[in-house]
Design a protein around this ligand. Sequence first.
Ligand code: ADP
Ligand code: MG
Length: 326
Amino acid sequence: VAARSEFTLIRQFFSALGATRADVVLGVGDDAALVDSGGADLLVLCVDTLTAGVHFPADAPADAVGHKALAVNLSDLAAMGARPAWALLSLTLPAVDADWLTGFRSGFHRLAAAHDIALIGGDTTRGELAASVTLAGFVERDGALRRDGAHPGDAVYVSGALGDAAVGLRYWQAGRRSESEAVAAAIERLHRPLPRVALGRALVGLASATIDISDGLAADLGHILERSGVGAVVEIARLPLSPSLRSLCSQAEAAVFALTGGDDYELCFTAPPAREPDLTRAAAALGVAVTRIGTIEPEPGLRLVDDNGRALPLPRAGYDHFGGGR
Ligand code: ADP
Ligand code: MG
């Protein structure tokens, strides 16, 4: 699988696999699947695995691993506009370490309790450290935020600030972990991302397309564009950068981290311009920053422009597990 892209691989081997069922509303290809279980709402299902040394540093604090294993899945449900409900946890451990498990448990528990999620099952095995969470929730029948609804003329938005987690990872790996408050803040974003579940709920009925940013803005917005059959222009000067990121890198470096850094777990979404007042009100009510960064256009592909509207080259995009990394 060395040179094959993760996404080509998924399309080739895992789409249209198994039976065709009438109750599958949305299968492979979005942040989560939608199925009709006969209730008032649709069921929303996703699974994500964190592997030590790939998705989190092997020496990350145990509570951060517990937190993040749930958070990355919550982020996928947030990107569907769903209310989370139940989790299944599959844990692979090299050995039984009670201290590590106590930490993992507390990180997982705190986030689960805050989102009213019950752990209802799972699996425990021996092997290289990895945590896989399956998360289920609900969304209104016509409410799901999909990747395929962006239209030319829609505005492109992102929540929060981008790039911090990627910078935090650099400092963590360099062993420079507590040299300033800015570094500590970036590392906190890396270890304990706060998924935008409430914002996702508020976007139901407002956003035309939504994805969560796990692999970098350029790559993840790219998935919206591809699924929606459109393109976009993004203004580099509008990318939301945190004060800590600005203090740790040059403007140009910060923009590259914001575009290609993984692990932000913010939402990227599109909405018709007429929705802007409602969006602004909803975001303000939640205390979440939402920034308009660009516009959807008919021509496919992602285009970057500077303050003067001049085209800029796209930095290499997104983490792809089987595409040779960054
Ligand atoms: P995300 O980054 O939102 O978690 P992924 O990039 O992991 O999404 O996956 C993209 C899509 O492919 C999702 O819809 C996911 O459910 C699907 N997918 C990934 N791996 C597999 C697999 N092995 N079998 C079936 N579907 C898969
Ligand atoms: Mg996702």
